[in-house]
Each structure stands twice: as C-alpha cells, then as structure tokens.
Design a binder for this molecule. Structure first.
Ligand code: AMP
Ligand code: ZN
Ligand code: FE
Length: 293
C-alpha cells in the first residue's frame, strides 16, 4: 500500500517529514510522497529520512491554483517526482510566501479599522514556521474571544466579501503546470471532486483542457471521492492515457479523522499505482531529453 499525498509541518501538517517517514514505516507502507502546500522546503529532510529508514519517498508539492469554479470549488495541482532543488520552483514558491505575509498585514489593517486589534507578532507565533493563512488569524480571533468558533471568524470577517477579506495571489493553471513540468515532475490534479463541478462531464471537460496544458493525470484514490465518480474517471483515465494517483491528504493532528495510508479508514492504494506513475515519469524524462537533443 502507498500514500501519495501527505502534509508536514513545513505547511499545515503536524508531523515533521522525518516523523512522516517513520509513521509510514510503522504502517508498513511501500511508498509515500510529501506534498506540502506551496512549499518544497521539507523535501531534503523527507528524502534523507527515506534513505535512512529505507522507505521509497517521492518528492512532491501541492500548488493552489487560481481558477474560477462553481460552488466554491478549489483546484490543487500536485507535482510528483519534482526536483527538490529546482531554483525557479523554489523562488516562485518563496515569492508566494512573501506575498502571503504582506497580505496578512493588510488583513490586520482592515481588522484594525473596525476596532479589532491583532498583534502581528502574535500572528507570527500562531503560524510558526508556516506561511500565514486566514485560519491562523481565525485562531487568534477565537483565542481573543472576539468570536467563538473558527467558522464564525470566517463568516463575520475573513470570508470573501467580508470586511477583512484580502485576495491572495495564486498561480493560474498554465503557470502551475508549466512550473511542475519544468521542475521535472508529473502534474497531477488533486482530489478532482473538490472542484465541485455540477456534473461529471463538466469535470471531464476541465480535465481535458488541463491536459492541453500538460496535465499528466489525476487523483482517483481519495477517501471522500464518491465511488461512482472514481469508477467513472478510472475508465476516463484509461481512454485518455492519464496516470492515476491518490493519497490520504494526511495532516497529522491538524485534520481529525484522517489517517496515513487509510484516509478516513477505507482507503487502499495498491503499490501498482506507484510503479505506473514512476514509469510514466521515466518515459516523460526520456522524451524530454530526446526532444532537447
Ligand atoms: P488562505 O489560504 O489564507 O486563503 O486560507 C484558506 C483556508 O481558510 C482554507 O483552506 C480553509 O481552511 C479556510 N477557509 C476559507 N474560506 C473559508 C470559509 N468561508 N469558511 C471556513 N473556512 C474557510
Ligand atoms: Zn493542507
Ligand atoms: Fe489539496
């Protein structure tokens, strides 16, 4: 069994990359991927731990993509088998991080104008090593008894259209796919059902559009994906030569009820999926170096 979507404390997971590998070892998994949100800073530790503990570790990333979708859906692209030292990828992701910090300051300014004062230092402490997001600000609003739940913080202040909302920059789908491909990775659409397309055929159209931009495949194994959808898009993948992938989206104790390897309890991703992805990646690499000659 394998698990190709894990988050560490370098983004919003609770375990270190080393602890993730150790846990995978305990669970007797055969291969895992670290796919932190918009950062690859955890990859050196992850790969080192894989070498030390003799676990197949796939260097990855999960990039949030800016695309207008119906029903507040969101689009995340996974890069699997990326080069962990790719300079352009690192620089672009660092820029996003910088921008997030600037955005956080603007959110605090907006809160300030409506009489809610949050200290930037407190916010930095709340976020720790992670890049600052609205959930951190929501945490502080709860701690300071300004709201009673995280959801209330969003509903009253932080959600789109509310008084302290500030947009954040994201890559568009073209940039994200190009960046993943340029850094040597396979571009895989994460949890396609969470784009919330009203019909399967609209989802398929979107996936075919992304294929034109270089998409290599999509996740099929994911705890919350409806069974009817997964069986239908497995056939779709076969018809269009897409790779398929999957993972638990484990965040340690930061997302309750989701476990490594088994997701919400029912997930089982065969080793075969890893080998097929690896084969596709190796073929892509060969084609690329052939094209460059
Ligand atoms: P950010 O990346 O800073 O924009 O924060 C995004 C995160 O905030 C999402 O992953 C959700 O966890 C949370 N979030 C965004 N919108 C809402 C909302 N309307 N209600 C509750 N949580 C939200
Ligand atoms: Zn996450
Ligand atoms: Fe995601």
């Amino acid at each position: 069994m394998i698990d190709l979507q894990l988050h560490s404390c370098y983004s919003d997971g609770s375990l270190t990359p080393f602890e993730l590998v150790k846990e995978a070892k305990n669970l007797d998994l055969s291969a895992i991927a670290l796919t932190d949100h918009d950062t690859i800073e955890g990859l050196p530790e992850f790969l080192q731990a894989g070498a030390e503990l003799n676990m197949i570790t796939v260097p990855g990333v999960e990039i949030s993509v800016d695309v207008s979708l119906p029903n507040i859906g969101h689009c995340h692209l996974l890069g699997l088998f990326i080069d962990p030292n790719h300079l352009e990828l690192k620089n672009k992701l660092n820029y996003l991080r910088y921008h997030r910090n600037e955005r956080a300051k603007k959110i605090l300014e907006k809160l300030d104008t409506i009489g809610i004062h949050i200290n930037l230092e407190d916010l930095r402490n709340e976020a720790g090593d992670n890049s600052i997001g609205r959930p951190h600000i929501a945490q502080i609003l709860v701690k300071n008894n300004i709201v009673s739940t995280l959801q209330e913080a969003f509903d009253l202040y932080l959600a789109k259209g509310k008084p302290a909302y500030v947009d954040k920059i994201k890559f568009n789908e073209q940039e994200a796919i190009r960046l993943i491909k340029d850094s040597g990775g396979l571009a895989i659409l994460a949890h396609p059902h969470l784009m919330n397309f009203p019909t399967i055929s609209e989802l398929k159209n979107k996936i075919l559009q992304l294929k034109e931009l270089g998409l290599d495949g999509f996740e099929v194994y994911y705890s919350t994906m409806p069974k009817t959808l997964s069986s239908e898009i497995i056939r779709f993948a076969e018809d269009h030569n897409f790779a398929i992938s999957g993972g638990s989206d484990y965040h340690g104790k930061n997302k309750e009820g989701i476990f490594m390897g088994i997701g919400k309890g029912d997930l089982k991703i065969p080793d075969q999926i890893y080998f097929q992805l690896k084969e596709k990646w190796e073929n892509e690499k060969k084609n690329k170096s052939f094209a460059e000659k």
